[in-house]
Design a protein around this ligand. Structure first.
Ligand SMILES: [Zn+2]
Length: 430
């Protein structure tokens, strides 16, 4: 067990930063666990590693090939599988599915990975990815747990046209508690990080660095997003919010012509003032997210009080429209990975934008949580990465999260270290 993370405002300016890095289980199986840790520690200066579980799609994520994997050029993973040996007593109706691929299934990767990292004095974490349950399985086995929009239709999210899970579904909540309890009770993890996507309207805004004013999101949120299901009706009622009545009012808004509203250039904040029921509904979604994280954090800490509950803050702006109200949400997590990938763009000018974003993030959340800035280590130009690894350190962050090891060239790993040697933390990377 390594020392607990230093958290603001108690953080010591002289203490080393946390340089975390993400790996996938197949990186470890293909390249060798010790070799991967050697590379991350030696080349990039990492002192913290986390392994992704419940991942989806083909990797590397943006296409191309793995640069140093000796076994494969790319990997299509099984949807939303775990790579540890689950203790089923923690689960209810929804049980986690373990990998069935031969080269992965014989090993408890969380156990091996955590033990190996701790032997080197590195922190060890697990990430639970964007969707915690395979959306096809959700449709087939748990249709009662699907998010629905104001018309009662399933909310389609980032999962290739498949629906999103409802965060107020008791079966899903039980499953979420199971994941956190199982991991905290049975593994000596320093942190559990998650990138669960709570509410999504349109995928393209997630990946753009500078999305438009959220007026577009406010106008279509109840039509494109969830949730108005029976579980949400019941949860809202408990908090004194009549969601059924709100739905009727929002349906009237849905029939309005949106163009006259957009035309004078009205801002989202003003529109929400004019439509308090919409604001109340958006607040309710944030309360639903807060409630889920309060429950999972409490469950994990009942087994391991010092475990760090970490949120991957993947939306760069307007997170309120995806259900994250930072000011109240930070009460339910211990640390945050602030995502603002620019390094893959190979555009040095974007590093300045990123630094400004991170400085603002420090103002918004830095006093309340330990936070690390995400660096995308999969770009083609190491000089951009090196500059970002240097300059991002001066923004108030407590370290970095390097994503993802398998897709990064060794030259990029070394560029991170060179940046660190010129950073605010240079004394720790001689
Ligand atoms: Zn719902």
């Amino acid at each position: 067990m390594t020392a607990p993370l230093q958290r603001s405002p108690a953080k010591d300016p002289g203490s080393p930063p946390e340089i975390s890095a993400s790996v996938f289980p197949w990186d470890l199986a293909d390249e060798g666990l010790e070799q991967v840790l050697d590379n991350l520690q030696g080349m990039a200066g990492a002192n913290s590693v986390y392994m992704c579980n419940l991942s989806q799609s083909t990797r590397p994520f943006r296409g191309g090939e793995y640069p140093h994997n000796p076994v494969r050029k790319r990997y299509k993973c099984e949807d939303c599988r775990i790579y540890w040996s689950p203790d089923m007593k923690h689960y209810g109706k929804i049980k986690p599915l373990r990998t069935e691929r031969d080269f992965l299934a014989k090993t408890d990767w969380v156990e091996e990975f955590t033990t190996a990292a701790h032997k080197r004095g590195m922190k060890a974490g697990v990430e639970l990815f964007h969707a915690w349950i395979d959306p096809r399985r959700l449709e087939k086995e748990f249709p009662d747990s699907i998010q629905v929009n104001e018309f009662g239709k399933p909310v389609i999210t980032h999962n290739d046209g498949h629906p999103a899970v409802c965060l107020n579904s008791p079966a899903f909540q039980e499953y979420a508690l199971g994941l956190y309890s199982d991991l905290a009770a049975n593994y000596d993890l320093d942190y559990i990080q998650t990138c669960l996507i709570p509410y999504v309207l349109r995928t393209k805004y997630l990946t753009q660095n500078l999305p438009p004013d959220p007026i577009d999101w406010a106008l279509v949120a109840p039509e494109k997003g969830g949730c108005f299901c029976g579980h949400c009706m019941a949860a809202a009622k408990k908090s004194g919010f009549d969601l059924e009545e709100a739905r009727k009012e929002l349906l009237i808004l849905a029939k309005q012509d949106k163009q006259p509203i957009r035309k004078p250039g009205i801002l989202a904040a003003e529109y929400l003032r004019q439509q308090p029921v919409l604001k109340r509904w958006l607040d309710f979604r944030c309360e639903s997210v807060n409630n889920l994280y309060r429950m999972t954090s409490t469950a994990a800490k009942s087994f391991k009080p010092d475990i760090d509950i970490r949120w991957n803050h993947y939306t760069r702006t307007h997170s309120y429209y995806s259900g994250i109200d930072l000011s109240s949400f930070t009460k339910h997590v211990d640390s945050i990975r602030a995502n603002a990938f620019v390094e893959h763009s190979d555009d040095l000018k974007l590093v300045d934008d990123k630094v400004r974003y991170l400085e603002n993030f420090e103002k918004a959340a830095g006093d309340r949580v330990h936070w690390v800035a995400a660096l995308d280590i999969r770009g083609k130009d190491p000089s951009v990465l090196e500059k970002s690894a240097e300059l991002s350190s001066f923004t108030g962050c407590d370290g970095y999260a390097l994503s993802h090891y398998g897709g990064a060239t060794f030259e990029n790993l070394r560029a991170v270290k060179r940046g660190l040697q010129k950073s605010k933390w240079a004394a720790h990377f001689k």
